[in-house]
Design a protein around this ligand. Sequence first.
Ligand SMILES: Cc1cc2nc3c(=O)[nH]c(=O)nc-3n(C[C@H](O)[C@H](O)[C@H](O)COP(=O)(O)O)c2cc1C
Length: 390
Amino acid sequence: MANEWFETVAIAKERARKRLPRSVYGAIIGGAEAGVSLKDNLSAFDEIGIRPVTAGQPAERSLDTTIMGQHSSMPVMISPTGVQAVHPDGEEAVARATAARGVPMGLSSFGSKPIESVIEGNPQLFFQIYWAGDRESMSARMERAKAAGAVGLILTLDWSFSHGRDWGSPEIPQQIDLQTAIKNAPDVLTRPRWLYDWLKRRELPDLGVPNFGQLGDPVPGFFEAYGTWMGTPPPTWENVASLAEEWDGHFMVKGIGRGDQARAAVDSGATAISVSNHGGNNIDSSPAPIRVLPEVVDAVGGKVEIMLDGGIRRGSDVVKARAMGANAVMIGRAYLWGLAANGQAGVENVLDILRGGIDATMLGLGKGSIDELSYDDVIIPADFSPPRIS
Ligand SMILES: Cc1cc2nc3c(=O)[nH]c(=O)nc-3n(C[C@H](O)[C@H](O)[C@H](O)COP(=O)(O)O)c2cc1C
């Protein structure tokens, strides 16, 4: 059998492209509209330089940290993604991989596996919700997550229902029945290894979102849940505060793109925020999170934990974010490509790549611990960040 190990996230992406049906792969890579934000998420990291030392580096480096009360073996956790059909083991494989590597995981309310089974794989689980449906249903989703043992809640607020993509959105069927199987046959049959993975478990991907509903009830379909969400008026900061109060534990607001919004989230009871533009899937032309990180650190640094997600592909990206004031980062596409390429082992492979890259960059910088990283370790171009909004 071919060696499934890969040495960079870019290679995992290429493996995923070859393995997944075009529509499934398209759903992972796509950014919104022209993909300006998606590209910026990556190129912004390339603009940041690092300042290496030449001798006197520590022989051992410590990457350990704490993320929202959870020990983590490095400043990285899994960002919640609601993506179906990448691999039949889905989030259960991601949970086992992250537990094996000692990092926490976020699980989406649009994920494909129920929280009760995912948390068996990794108890360091944060559950993610959107402001979707009536308030009672949100409470029910939070209660279910609490009862399952979730260690914190992630409230994602940046989705703006921007649906156009210049390269065309992949068609997502309502459900996979005989008719859709035949219709998608040309796409699926060219990917026999992906199909075999499903068939050997006697399954076909179903597009249910079990965490959106209640245990014991029929599993809502993706489009039904998405419709409910789309029809829900956006929340006020008072609404956010009511969720934080009700959750009464580690509470992250994900999707922060400005200092003033970070402050509002903190005032509403967030104990952590994620600087994020939803991986460039959202309102196009929103800047890369790493560009707005300094503004957010100025606004709320020290008051709450600051996470960053968007464009993390290498360990050096993690080091850059940490040097610029993020406590830790969350990864999205990187682990989805690993999952597509090689299931649980592929996710472990991606985490190992990041760990190796963080360690190598710290060695180059002469740092013995990630706590020693600071602005002095990076070179940031003068026009790197957008003008500050007070
Ligand atoms: C296919 C896909 C599905 C996503 N689904 C969700 C979701 O359900 N909830 C959420 O908070 N973020 C979701 N995100 C955003 C990720 O959590 C994260 O913000 C983003 O992927 C980070 O950028 P990266 O992919 O460059 O690492 C999704 C992202 C992708 C690519």
